[in-house]
Design a protein. Structure first.
Length: 307
């Protein structure tokens, strides 16, 4: 989850700065089964080992500087404020299945909601796809991440990206964000403390239904959710959006154990299936990780399929 903002009322969020379906059938399902991503183990050890590799690699690549040009992938040639971030962002090799799913399911004029935007990597891909008639809304409450996302969009020449330094949740209001040493590991207190917790911050929270209904945001064509355990809350705050506007949804599920991952996945699958969505696991983005990670593509079923 990528959360953090400054003291503002919930109805005045801080705004920072300025397809075709996937191939293959998408069967309806009450549960989602992921390929194993590695041996389950404590997240802290996995993070420490992974972070050390990131630091060493980043030192060689020099990505702890500011603006960098992304080397390959769907965001190739775009500029990213990558200080302290995973070097795979700059390489363009960060979560390739998610890059491909976003690019394949957005067309010119579409609207993309990036919930848990981190430093804005996926927002850049979406902005390129939707073009000048489209719109990208990025929700990123960790202040430094939100600022990086907004600056990356500006440097890449996209004035269609709006970054809100706030969390998405079940209801609009305020809450406690638990910060983490890992740049993308912050979580709302309601979702549990990250193992590498480094502090806390009071943040603004918005329900996506309110963001659309009360602020006049354009309804989404595609939503990406990566919120470190708050997926049910985010989806609970966009039930009207799912019912009325029927966006496609890409979401991440993660946990320290395979059992925990499957348990979370079942709860989300039940909610989305009840809302008339068919689910399809995406190819694994991470191989041989101790921390368990899965991604799912959810597509609204037609009236015929629901009958």
């Amino acid at each position: 989850m990528r959360y953090g903002c400054h003291n503002r009322s919930s109805d005045q969020p801080e705004e920072v700065g300025a397809g075709q379906p996937l191939s293959g059938s998408i069967p309806g399902a009450q549960s989602v089964t992921f390929a194993a991503s590695g041996t389950a183990g404590p997240r802290r050890e996995a993070l420490q080992n992974g972070e050390e590799r990131v630091r060493l690699t980043a030192k060689v690549l020099g990505v702890f500087g500011d603006a960098r040009v992304i080397a390959k992938g769907e965001a190739a040639g775009l500029k990213l404020m990558a200080r302290g971030a995973d070097p795979n962002f700059v390489r363009g090799t960060y979560e390739p299945p998610i890059q491909q799913a976003i690019a394949a399911n957005l067309a010119p004029g579409d609207v993309f909601f990036d919930i848990g935007a981190n430093i804005g990597f996926f927002s850049l891909i979406a902005a390129r796809r939707v073009g000048p008639r489209g719109q990208v809304y990025a929700f990123e409450p960790v202040p430094r991440n939100a600022e990086a996302a907004a600056e990356s969009a500006r440097l890449s020449g996209f004035d269609t990206v709006r970054v809100f330094a706030e969390a998405a949740g079940a209801t609009t209001g305020r809450g406690q964000l638990l910060l983490a040493d890992h740049i993308g590991g912050a979580a709302l207190a309601s979702s549990g403390a990250p193992p590498d917790m480094s502090g806390r911050l009071e943040v603004s929270i918005v329900a996506i239904d309110d963001a659309i209904g009360q602020r006049g945001l354009r309804p989404p064509s595609l939503v990406k959710i990566d919120v470190e355990g708050a997926e049910i809350d985010v989806l609970g705050g966009m039930t009207e959006t799912l019912r009325r506007h029927r966006p496609k949804v890409i979401y991440e599920v993660d946990d320290a154990t395979r059992e925990g991952l499957d348990r979370k996945a079942r709860k989300i699958a039940e909610l989305l299936t009840a809302a008339g969505y068919a689910l399809k696991p995406l190819p694994a983005s991470y191989e041989n990780w101790e921390w368990q990670v899965g991604h799912v593509f959810a597509q609204p079923m037609s009236a015929y399929e629901l009958s």
